[in-house]
Design a protein around this ligand. Structure first.
Ligand code: ADP
Ligand code: MG
Length: 703
């Protein structure tokens, strides 16, 4: 029996949260801080000093020896530089533990080694981290001991954002301002703040650590570059929601406990579709907290896996042939007094405010599909988007029967008179209770689905930060709200104007609504007819960041400057080229040093067998055939390897940036596929004992 976990007791025990602050900070200081958090007031240094002192005392009680500004540069992962609390020894040689307000609110890491996309030359190495007091500090316990982590934003000397956090906070401001403006028009005078809520579902794979260590491709690139499918894949659907094996259950238990201590509301866990694939979902939180928490979740999954002799793979496509991993970004907008603007109620046709919000969101998504697509682009996600299991690379919105019906009534007659009802669910079994049925069935194939009282953006990659998609969502919806308010504030007859605006938006942007099967070929053709873009790769998605439309949007709401957008595009191109270069080099290394030598050994043993069998006077036709087939594939491998090596060498002459990224996408990626094909065929033939690494079967079924 495992030991008893008192969830209520451990939850948030390592977080410097509101309760702790209220308990430990002098009343006046606490009030000042709350003002800063709630109204964005600046914090004075004297107050910061008191908070820093209390935070340090609290952290030391939790065993902390160090503190770090914890930030999210444009690498997709978090960054931290640890400083211990010790100050210079006094004359008796004793050290004191100190932490000042200045150290709390401002850090100065050397920014020169983080991607800046030309925003900052290396000689201008200054970068600043600034405390984001809206996301609570926490103490993380790991092999390094305990560390006080202070969530921060990261900016350059000239104030440009070098991270994910700064634009995210700016986009939250934008949607807050514009949503409040709209609410006031509807007569709401009480709500004081509007915040996007986000609940990201995180998918991941777990493999055995010892086997992982025998796969150089996994070690260097996070995914398998070679690997033949085992006899069994996911065709039986027996893993999804299946029984969780004990080794995995023990892992999940510890992950939950670690997350709960850090105040992360780990809620749902289950096996996913592919063998060895799982999911974890927290309860939704305010957008910036959700972004931080998702980073903590990814880090915790990795850390706890190690303790259990496992390796957690967060890559979007660790294995070809079975499902990849993504993150479903559930998004809604809520007021401080608890109104969810995306809640249609039971009779959506009567809920005019909801219908306007919905129409605005459809308009926003349709107008900026390219930006949303870009926000989900990362190198690994290229394997998923457009492949069979994932939402296709075309963005459309699923509304469900009930809302689609209301929308159609509005477009055709200008009037919506009724809403479809869910009714009773009849199971035909007397002993089962009557269940009320949702008015709409689920749709699993839509990249952007309305699911009751939130939208679920399902394109995001499993490894990627969820900051970018939420920055885009917040900003494009803020823009649509602003444009609606511009019209409505001038209207003489408000009711009539709202009515007309809803009809106008729905009519103009109806093409983005699609309730059918997003995985079908028919949809690809239909989407093309509708003029919806089908952006299949990251390199083709990046230009969306720097169009006049994007610059206009982000500058208007002070989320990104033109320079920041250009730098982000540059970083994306750079990241793409670097990642594929690493994959190509890893492939070359593995093929030359592991696979070809192993196959040569195998052909030698086959040749020896042919010789000795023939010498003994028997026929060796099977062995000879195998030898011929293996040698043929070996020679194909050598040819493909040489081609990849030549192309990779040539990449050194291609100018960096857009051109190099395209070179890797159009020349190197196909050459990698050409090398993989004969190697995977060889894996099916060569004696398992001689194959130099664990197979897909070993990795996925023997965890
Ligand atoms: P699914 O059945 O889609 O897999 P899950 O329970 O795995 O659902 O995840 C749903 C996620 O959506 C959870 O993180 C949940 O907290 C979040 N969520 C629920 N309601 C809202 C809302 N109003 N706004 C944002 N996120 C929400
Ligand atoms: Mg789920």
């Amino acid at each position: 029996m495992s030991e008893f976990t008192n969830v209520a007791e451990i939850f948030g025990s390592n977080v410097f949260n509101d309760a702790v602050m209220q308990e430990r900070l002098p009343k006046k200081v606490y009030k000042e801080l709350k003002k800063t958090i709630e109204e964005g007031k600046e914090l004075d240094l004297a107050t910061a000093d008191v908070i820093a002192h209390e935070m340090k005392e609290w952290a030391i009680e939790k065993g902390a020896t160090h503190y770090t500004h914890w930030f999210q540069p444009l690498t997709g992962v978090t960054a931290e530089k640890h400083d211990s609390f010790i100050s210079a020894p006094d004359k008796n040689g004793k050290v004191l533990m100190s932490f000042s307000g200045k150290e709390l609110i401002k850090g100065e890491p050397d920014a020169s080694s983080f991607p800046s996309g030309g925003l900052r030359a290396t000689f201008e190495a200054r970068g600043y981290t600034a405390w984001d007091c809206t996301s609570p500090a926490f103490v993380r316990q790991d092999a390094a001991g305990a560390t006080l982590c202070i969530p921060t934003a990261f900016c350059s000397y000239t104030g440009e954002a070098l991270d994910q956090k700064t634009p995210l906070l700016r986009s939250m401001e934008a949607i807050n301002t514009e949503a409040l403006r709209l609410l006031r028009l509807f007569g709401n005078t009480t709500s004081r703040r509007v915040t996007p809520s986000v609940g990201p579902e995180q998918e991941y794979f777990l493999v055995d650590k010892a086997k992982y260590l025998q796969r150089k491709d996994l070690i260097y690139t996070g995914r398998t570059l070679f690997g033949a499918m085992p006899p069994k894949g996911q065709e039986l659907d027996d893993h999804y929601f299946g029984n969780i094996r004990q080794r995995i259950a023990a892992f999940m238990k510890e992950v939950n406990e670690e997350l709960w201590k850090l105040g992360v509301t780990a809620k749902t866990q289950h096996n996913e579709v592919a063998p060895a694939q799982h999911e974890l979902a927290p309860i939704y939180a305010e957008c910036n907290v959700a972004v931080d928490h998702n980073q903590i979740v990814m880090k915790t999954l990795k850390m706890v896996a190690c303790r259990h002799g496992l390796q957690c793979l967060l890559h979007e496509k660790p294995f070809a042939g079975v499902n990849g991993s993504g993150k479903h970004n559930n998004w809604s907008i809520t007021t401080d007094d608890g109104i969810n603007l995306l809640d249609p109620g039971t009779t959506p046709h009567e809920n005019i405010q909801f219908l306007l919000v919905l129409a605005c969101i459809l308009k926003a998504v349709d107008t900026h599909v390219d930006l949303l697509r870009e926000s989900a682009a990362d190198v690994g996600n290229d394997h998923r988007l457009g492949a069979n299991e994932a939402p296709p690379a075309i963005i459309s919105v699923f509304l469900g029967e009930q809302l689609e019906d209301v929308v159609e009534q509005l477009i055709s007659t200008g009037e919506a008179t009724h809403s479809l009802k869910g009714g009773k669910l009849e199971t035909g079994v007397k002993t089962l209770p009557d269940l009320t049925k949702d008015a709409t069935d689920r749709n699993r194939t839509s990249p952007f689905a309305f699911t009751g009282n939130k939208f679920e953006f399902r394109m995001v990659g499993s490894k990627d930060s969820i900051a970018a998609p939420n920055i885009v969502l917040n900003t494009i919806v803020a823009e649509a709200f602003a444009e609606a308010s511009d019209v409505l504030e001038k209207a003489e007859d408000f009711d009539l104007a709202v009515h007309d605006l809803i009809k106008k938006y729905l009519t103009e942007h109806q093409r983005i609504v699609f309730n059918g099967n997003g995985y079908s070929d028919a949809w690809v053709e239909e989407a093309e007819r509708r003029g919806l873009p089908n952006i299949k790769s990251m390199v083709d998605a990046i230009p969306a960041l720097t169009t006049d439309k994007a610059i206009g949007l982000f500058e208007k709401f002070h989320v990104f400057t033109k320079a920041e957008l250009e730098s982000r595009a540059e970083i994306q191109y750079e990241t793409y080229a670097k990642a594929i270069n690493i994959e190509a080099k890893a492939m070359i290394d593995i093929a030359s040093k592991q696979i070809i030598p192993a196959v040569i050994k195998y052909t030698k043993s086959l040749a020896d067998t042919v010789n000795s069998v023939t010498a003994a006077g028997a026929e060796a036709s099977v062995q000879s055939e195998l030898l011929a087939e293996t040698s043929g594939l070996l020679s194909d491998t050598k040819v493909a390897l040489q081609k990849l090596m030549d192309l990779d060498k040539k990449s050194e002459e291609v100018p960096e940036g857009t051109e190099l990224a395209h070179y890797f996408h159009e020349e190197i990626v196909p050459a990698m596929a050409e090398l993989r094909a004969p190697v995977d065929a060889l894996e099916m033939i060569v004696d398992k004992e001689m194959w130099p690494m664990p197979s897909y079967g070993d990795l996925m079924f023997e965890v």
